[in-house]
Design a protein around this ligand. Structure first.
Ligand code: ADP
Length: 207
């Protein structure tokens, strides 16, 4: 069981997934808050039942397709957009469920330490609850260009997401370790190898 949890974060397109894939190659388990956020609203979940109870069946995808009965995230986003009351209701429903599931999965992880990947680590103050924080850092221009290449959205949408997230400075302020992803993907492997070694030692010391 890993009782040493390394929180990893970075802005949209900073390279979190690229980095966590490298840690995973060492057998390190990665718990992804985005994946959990989808799991807690899967069909049959108490959270999805509560959402349908509040908004009605129309928040579900139409019957017929493979996504039938699943939450239509775009519809839900529209409902909470600019509606602070609804947004708070939803956050109060989902955040404890996500937190509880994250804790459970870190406890169940079997690697020497585990990574908890949380895009909103700073905003959610979850950095206070992990043993160590590593931030994937990239300058904003590179971040924008890489996200543009990856996602099929426009520049304005990505800039809006970047503005809604914590700033680069706010993230760096909570970092114990920083992974510099301004260079090539190849440059990441050495940094990850060094950190992996360090985290193994730290996890051992905590035992
Ligand atoms: P995040 O998970 O933080 O949103 P990703 O790991 O998906 O970020 O990286 C964003 C995009 O940038 C992906 O398409 C990824 O392949 C690419 N990428 C990541 N690191 C580099 C790099 N050093 N050089 C070029 N492209 C990169």
């Amino acid at each position: 069981m890993s009782n040493y949890v390394v929180g990893i974060s970075g802005g949209i397109g900073s390279g979190k997934t690229t980095v966590t894939d490298l840690f995973a190659k060492y057998g390190i388990e990665v718990i992804d808050a985005d994946v959990i956020a989808r799991e807690v609203v899967e069909p049959g979940s108490p959270a999805l039942k509560a959402i349908v109870h509040k908004f009605g069946q129309f928040v579900l995808n139409e019957s017929g397709g493979s996504s039938s009965g699943t939450l239509d995230r775009a519809k839900l986003r529209n409902l909470v957009f600019n509606n602070i009351e609804t947004k708070n209701w939803l956050n109060q429903l989902l955040h404890p469920a996500i937190r509880q599931q994250m804790l459970l999965q870190t406890k169940q992880a079997k690697s020497a330490y585990c990574l908890l990947s949380v895009p909103l680590l700073v905003e959610s103050k979850l950095y206070e609850q992990v043993d160590r924080v590593v931030i994937v850092d990239v300058d904003e221009q590179t971040q924008l260009q890489r996200t543009l290449l990856r996602d099929k959205t426009n520049e304005q949408q990505i800039l809006a997401i970047m503005r809604a997230q914590a700033t680069r400075q706010q993230r760096l302020a909570v970092a114990d370790d920083i992974i510099d992803n301004n260079g090539q993907v190849n440059d990441l492997a050495t940094q990850v190898a060094q950190l992996h070694k360090r985290y193994l030692q730290m996890a051992k010391q905590k035992e």
